[in-house]
Design a protein around this ligand. Structure first.
Ligand code: FES
Length: 325
């Protein structure tokens, strides 16, 4: 589907660091439908890759998903960031944004008979896809629990709208209000591993929750995650070599770059989408070497087998990897 030129119809400061936007088609035509958990890629002038922002859907009108007249986004100003959120915090009402049609790498699963209610967990701006899931479940009459974590009440977006919409299904946890706090492990202990878990937030929160969920017996297929930022490589990473078996080229991957970044910089055209290790689009076969999996896409068994890897985030335990590209 072709890119969309959308007009910024409204822009509001939700908090001191989060801005919300309404985008509409120039002629006011209905926009492509989307499902809860979907995002759009916004093309930012001067940046090589578009930036992904989840579509926020709050309210009681199913048409907001099926025949939307506007898309709603919430954008946190990242500091330091890579330029996308700074750009979004400068756009004004009336500006035009070039946006790819919605795509969903974080969909909700259909309810199975007898399944416990899904558990939705959001940290900070991770509320954006989770809010749409809560709306979808509300419209379906499907019970759920939403736990929304943040530093303080005035730093969390969409709280009033969510409170109105979700009622007792919403549980707010503020770091600076001890009475509201709930440890992540206690939260998981209160739920049944037979249900589905949807998590969106910072990487540290996701990694902690995924590890705890595994320890508590949650099956991998029931754990669904989305990072709200592109992962930043930690200091102390090591470099390694990657040989592309089909083309016969070998590249050195320095500590501060991903395999994907190095291949793109070399003028190659590998397939990718999320760049966060979630969608699986950049997956390649591993022919030699030991991949260091950093993604949220593969199952534990697939990671252990080491036959495939996601080149946007995963690295190497061995000095050299040979991949089927
Ligand atoms: S691009 Fe999505 S997992 Fe790599």
């Amino acid at each position: 589907m072709a890119t969309l030129n959308l007009i910024v119809d409204d822009a509001q400061a939700e908090t001191s660091t989060i801005r919300s936007f309404s985008l509409k088609a120039a002629g006011g035509d209905p926009l492509p439908a989307f499902s809860a958990g979907a995002h759009v890629n916004v093309h930012v002038p001067g940046l090589d890759a578009p930036r992904s922002y989840s579509l926020v859907c709050l309210g009681t009108d199913l048409a907001a998903f099926t025949a939307p007249d506007r898309y709603h986004l919430g954008v946190h100003l990242e500091d330091p960031g890579t330029g996308g959120s700074r750009y979004m915090h400068r756009v004004a009402v009336g500006d035009t944004l070039t946006v790819d049609p919605p795509k969903n790498d974080f969909p909700v699963r259909a309810a199975q008979r007898g399944e416990p209610p899904p558990l939705l967990i959001a940290g900070g701006i991770g509320i954006t896809p989770i809010a749409s899931m809560a709306t979808a479940f509300t419209l379906q009459g499907r019970p759920f629990h939403l736990h929304y974590y943040g530093r303080s009440r005035n730093q969390m977006a969409f709280v009033d709208a969510l409170s109105k919409q979700c009622g007792t299904a919403l549980h707010l946890h503020f770091d600076d209000e001890p009475a509201t706090q709930m440890a992540l492990d206690s939260l998981l202990a209160s739920a049944t591993p037979a249900g589905h878990l949807y998590i969106c937030g910072p990487k540290a929160m996701i990694d902690t929750l995924v590890e705890m969920a595994h320890a508590r017996g949650w099956p991998q297929p029931n754990i669904h995650v989305e990072l709200f930022t592109t992962p930043v490589l930690a200091s102390g990473e090591r470099g390694f070599d990657v040989e592309l078996r089909q083309s016969g080229l070998t590249f050195h991957i320095p500590p501060d770059k991903s395999i994907l970044e190095v291949l793109i910089e070399a003028g190659l055209d590998p397939m990718y989408d999320c760049t966060r290790g979630e969608c699986g689009v950049c997956q390649v076969d591993v022919l030699e070497g030991i991949p260091d999996h950093r993604d949220y896409y593969l199952t534990d068994a697939e990671k252990k087998a080491g036959k495939v890897m996601q080149i946007c985030v995963s690295r190497s335990f061995s000095d050299k990897l040979v991949i089927d590209l």
